[in-house]
Ligand binder design. Structure first.
Ligand code: CUA
Length: 183
């Protein structure tokens, strides 16, 4: 029984069982393999995005996004501007309680520099269903190079709890294939 003392008082000098050593070895090697494979995933899995990050004053970021949206707005969806920037330019997305703003319309196969920041709290940018996740903080501007490979509508949800309206914090990126339309 566990409540009785061990038969030999000094039990910890016993040699470790061979099978146990093997298991510790296997677990250690697997752990190391997984650790270094994080670097490999960056190249072969397209994960762990490389991004640039800059300090920014939230109100200055908001001004940039407003100017961007005004310049390239092509429509409106439920009160949110739909913005279609020309291929290759810097595109801006703003997180705030509780929306991703504006709706972006991008072209398949073109690369964009996507800027991301928050003007209030911490939010989580999660692009569905591709499973790209980026933390979005006020005061920091992330720049990610984005090249849509598929046409369609992609939802953005917030995956960092940000208060009572967290579950309503959604947005959208529309990817259009202009080549397919021309045929
Ligand atoms: Cu923003 Cu949750």
């Amino acid at each position: 029984m566990a409540v009785t003392s061990p038969e030999r008082r000094v039990w910890w000098n016993e040699p470790v069982e061979r099978v146990e050593l093997i298991w510790i070895g296997v677990a250690l090697l697997w752990g190391l393999f997984m650790f270094f494979f994080m670097i490999a995933w960056h190249f072969i899995g397209g994960q762990n995005l490389s991004n640039e990050t800059y300090r920014v004053v939230p109100s200055a970021y908001q001004d940039k996004v407003d100017a961007f949206a005004q310049k390239y707005q092509v429509g409106e969806e439920a009160g949110t501007p739909v913005v279609r920037p020309p291929a290759g330019v810097d595109v801006y997305l703003l997180a705030r309680l509780w929306q991703w703003w504006p709706v972006l319309q991008l072209e398949k196969g073109q690369s964009y520099r996507l800027h991301l920041s928050s003007v209030d709290w911490q939010h989580g940018f999660s692009l569905q269903p591709t499973n790209i996740n980026i933390q979005v903080h006020p005061g920091y501007e992330h720049v990610v190079v984005l090249t849509p490979t598929e046409a369609g509508e992609f939802g953005i949800i917030c995956n960092e709890f940000c208060g009572i309206g967290h579950h309503t914090m959604t947005g959208k990126i529309i990817v259009v294939d202009s080549k397919a339309g021309a045929k």
